[in-house]
Design a protein around this ligand. Structure first.
Ligand code: T3D
Length: 265
């Protein structure tokens, strides 16, 4: 099932939503239209009870160069722009809705990710980037601070020094370095982009969706919990998973020495 949007491509197959940022001439920078398209695609995904995963990527040589700066034309003398508006209207909900989806959201970074483009990639649960990709905290170059969660994700993933350096110097961090730092999960050769999207799709479409959802929930909650509280969360979630069809199937498959056929239920 495909939906026609102006600034993204979107299709939904086997319970997996593919969102492709699609303004290659401006490195897929965010316009208001793209934000509206993303809101519609997320509403569709949130409404599906057969949802099993989401893949976010971009067309062309860039993933996303952040806010489309042509939508921020200089104002007449004496006027200033309220930049909180765009965050409240668009970026906050985009980042929070990606995080809240009860399935894995995998970002496959096909090229440069700059400004809010890097933040939105890191809002996804797993990030895989091609070798030619780079992550740029471009904000300092235009007199801004990292937003769309940029000051949240970076220090948690790579530590304060690297987060501070990347933000204050706005130097590109290559995909290889990003993987070494733990900013992303994996750096892949450029020629493996399409095959990686396909294999991630298969993994999500065939996976134990409820177990993925519980894992995502437990890992994200762990930062705020004591070890004991976290073990209690694991116990409660494991109890729920023990009642699922997929656990039953996993146990049968193990006993019968065959791959499991999970249904996501
Ligand atoms: O405003 C608010 O609401 C506040 C919130 C802000 C969130 C943010 O994301 S702020 C940060 C915005 N992004 C940037 O500052 C990054 C700007 N882009 C770049 O620095 C460079 O394009 C890159 C380092 C990302 C890539 O460089 P390069 O040399 O590979 O490509 P390029 O030639 O610069 O870009 C290719 C085209 O894309 C070019 O257009 P042209 O000349 O071929 O017609 C360029 O102007 C366009 N482009 C790139 N980034 C943007 C863009 N057009 C509009 N907005 C962009 N962000």
């Amino acid at each position: 099932m495909s939906h026609v949007y102006q600034h993204i491509q979107f299709n939904y197959q086997e319970g997996v939503g593919h969102i492709v940022l699609n303004r290659p001439n401006t490195l897929n920078s965010f316009t208001q239209i793209m934000h509206d398209d993303l809101k519609a695609a997320l509403s569709f995904l949130e409404s599906r009870n057969d949802l099993r995963g989401v893949i976010l990527t971009g067309t062309g040589r860039g993933f996303c160069a952040g806010q489309d700066l042509s939508e921020r034309k200089p104002l007449p003398p004496g006027q200033r722009r309220d930049l909180a508006e765009g965050i409240d209207k668009n970026y906050r909900s985009l980042v929070l809705r990606l995080r809240a989806l009860p399935v894995p959201v995998v970002c496959i970074v096909n090229g440069v990710a700059a400004g809010a483009g890097a933040s939105v990639a890191l809002a996804c649960d797993i990030v895989i980037a091609v070798k030619s990709a780079k992550f740029i905290q471009a904000f300092a170059k235009i007199g801004l601070l990292p937003d769309a969660g940029g000051t949240y994700f970076w220090p948690r993933l790579v530590g304060m020094q690297r987060a501070m350096g990347a933000a204050l110097f706005a130097e590109p961090v290559t995909a290889e370095t990003a993987a070494q730092w733990g900013l992303i999960w994996r750096c892949i050769p450029n020629e493996e982009l399409d095959a990686t999207i396909e294999s991630v799709h298969r993994h999500l479409a065939d996976g134990a969706t409820r177990a993925f959802a519980a894992t995502k929930q437990a890992l994200y909650e762990s930062g705020d919990h004591s070890l004991e509280a976290q073990i209690n969360i694991e116990r409660d979630l494991q109890r729920e998973l023990g009642y699922t069809d997929d656990y039953l199937e996993g146990m049968h498959a193990f006993g019968e020495k065959r791959p499991p056929r999970f249904t996501g239920r």
